[in-house]
Design a protein. Structure first.
Length: 248
């Protein structure tokens, strides 16, 4: 199985899985993997690593933007099989352990089933493991503040709202932002394209999600690597402002 990989900057790859994205950062033989798709995306995750000349053994750390199943899917597999550390914001660590679950409920999805795209998305999510129990046994908070000593030198940026501990990752050297679900460029349940917030039903606290757009607008860069949708080129500041305008 080949993965849909886009080489967007030096050592930086955006991979499109089944309705969700992950990012591979390479430095020599070492790899940082940001997010891991749905549980059902595992073959694509492994294939994507191979396609960029890496391997599961080369992944020195998995960084998770937030602990929803479509981003957490293979984190525990990599941790258990290869000893790969899994890092998140400290507020998201208990979520990854599944001490609690802050994820859109089946009932909410059904109540929104009349909206275009929702039911086909829901069917796909179920088939891909969107409701599977995939806790990470030993998730870790970031070991340091600021840039992490990992391939790509990602800088965690706390962007709560979608979840309490949602975290984007800024890559100052390449002018890129891995935005997770704090700022996306498309989604199967959205009828618009380009920078936007996800539909309201997906956010734990919409007001905080809006406020996090202002945080992202303060970052330098011109390459947006979202959790959903295609790569977006142009100032990150403008993308965040555009998403805010659309959400008001």
């Amino acid at each position: 199985m080949r993965a849909d990989i886009h080489h967007v900057a030096d050592g930086t790859y955006l991979v499109h899985g089944s309705n969700t994205n992950w990012v591979i950062l390479t430095e020599g033989d070492a790899v940082t993997l940001v997010d891991t798709g749905y549980p059902g995306d595992r073959e694509q995750v492994l294939a994507s690593l191979a396609q960029v000349g890496g391997s599961p053994e080369a992944v020195v750390a998995v960084l998770i933007t937030h602990a929803h199943n479509d981003h957490l899917g293979s984190a525990e597999y990599l941790s258990a099989a290869y000893g790969t550390p899994v890092h998140l914001h400290e507020a998201e660590v208990p979520h990854a352990r599944r001490d609690f679950l802050h994820q859109v409920s089946v009932g909410t999805v059904l109540r929104n089933g009349w909206r275009p795209g929702v039911l086909p998305w829901a069917v796909h999510a179920l088939r891909s493991g969107g409701t599977a129990h995939v806790p990470v046994t030993a998730p870790r908070a970031f070991p340091t503040a600021g840039a992490l000593d990992l391939p790509g030198r990602p800088v965690p940026v706390h962007t709560p709202g979608h979840t309490d501990g949602h975290c984007a990752y800024h890559l100052p050297a390449s002018g890129a932002l891995i935005s997770g679900d704090a700022l996306v460029s498309g989604h199967p349940t959205s009828r618009v394209e380009g920078p936007q917030l996800l539909p309201d039903m997906f956010h734990r606290e919409r007001a905080r999600a809006l406020a996090s757009l202002d945080v992202l607008a303060g970052l330098e860069g011109d390459l947006l690597l979202p959790g959903h949708g295609p790569v977006h080129r142009g100032p990150v500041r403008d993308a965040a402002h555009r998403a805010r305008e659309r959400a008001l």
